[in-house]
Design a protein around this ligand. Structure first.
Ligand code: ATP
Length: 270
């Protein structure tokens, strides 16, 4: 049965990376659902399989066992309906901001007057229209990442995969972009899956947080963000009284994982 409301459906997903030297079990028996309009964060210690999961959803790699569906269709390769944003903006230095914003449309054969108008609208929404003829080197890191967001949004994906998109930015710019990102996704009714190492960022931005544990990567637990935080923009959410208790309870999960690691290695934890 297809539930139309579901954008991402991951069923019993296991992925093993096989190289000439070895096979390594990256994620094991993952089950996860993301509904339309939801903002879900994936957090967990290094190596727990966050990027592997995004790559599987994006169709960049294929699962060893199990299925990934986006909008009810089995993922067999990259799709224009799934946008991917990374820590680095990967803007072409020889192209203007306008030309960079159009790259995805050119590659996917969607470049026409209507799509150009949409890009102009997005650039305006993100305060970048007056910089459209600038070169990337003339922009700050935060502005460049906003251009990357416009480029990702230009092809009108249903789902955005965000792999630590703010981690290379200074703290103030990161806070501003968190707000801009949430506002933009709400305005355009997008669904998003964010990978981050920053617990506070995950709480401030998400409706739900999925905590993964490593060796192999599995879902440890899912935490719903309380409604009073979900209705706020990230910066306001960080100041709400419900924020700190949630941070503490997520932090306890990380501490428990550290202890487990210590027991497993015979060191008794850090
Ligand atoms: N191309 C690859 N070939 C072999 N093993 C890989 C490859 N990519 C990732 N792995 C392994 O798969 C596991 C999960 O890696 P992944 O990068 O998905 O974790 P992560 O949670 O995103 O890590 P980090 O937080 O450090 O970015 C790790 O053990 C990693 O060494």
């Amino acid at each position: 049965m297809i539930t139309l409301d579901v954008v991402v459906e991951i069923c019993d997903l296991t992925h093993i990376y096989v190289t000439e030297q070895r096979a390594s079990l990256a994620v094991k028996e993952i089950n996860l659902t993301v509904r339309s309009g939801e903002f879900v964060s994936l957090i967990g210690p290094s190596g727990c399989g966050k990027t592997t999961l995004l790559s599987l959803i994006a169709g960049l790699i294929h699962p060893t066992v199990g299925k990934v569906k986006v909008n009810g269709s089995l993922v067999t390769g990259p799709s224009v309906k799934v946008g991917y944003m990374l820590q680095q903006d990967y803007l072409f230095p020889w192209r203007t901001i306008w030309e960079n914003a159009l790259v995805g449309l050119e590659i996917s054969g969607q470049l026409n007057q209507a799509s150009k108008n949409y890009v102009e609208h997005l650039l305006n929404e993100m305060g970048l229209l007056k910089f459209k003829d600038f070169m990337p080197s003339q922009l700050s890191g935060g502005m460049r990442q906003r251009v990357a967001l416009v480029r990702t949004m230009a092809t009108e994906p249903d789902l955005l995969l965000l792999d630590e998109p703010f981690s290379a930015l200074d703290y103030q710019t990161k806070l501003q972009l968190e707000d801009l990102m949430v506002e933009t996704l709400l305005t355009h009714h997008k669904t998003a899956l964010l990978v981050t190492h920053d617990i506070a960022e995950a709480i401030a931005m998400s409706d739900r947080i999925v905590i993964l544990e490593p060796n192999p990567g599995t879902v440890r637990c899912e935490v719903e963000t309380p409604e009073e935080l979900r209705n706020l923009l990230p910066l306001e959410a960080r100041e709400h009284p419900a924020f700190t208790p949630l941070f503490k309870s997520v932090w306890e999960q990380f501490e428990a994982m550290e202890k487990q690691k210590g027991v497993a290695s015979g060191h008794g934890g850090v």
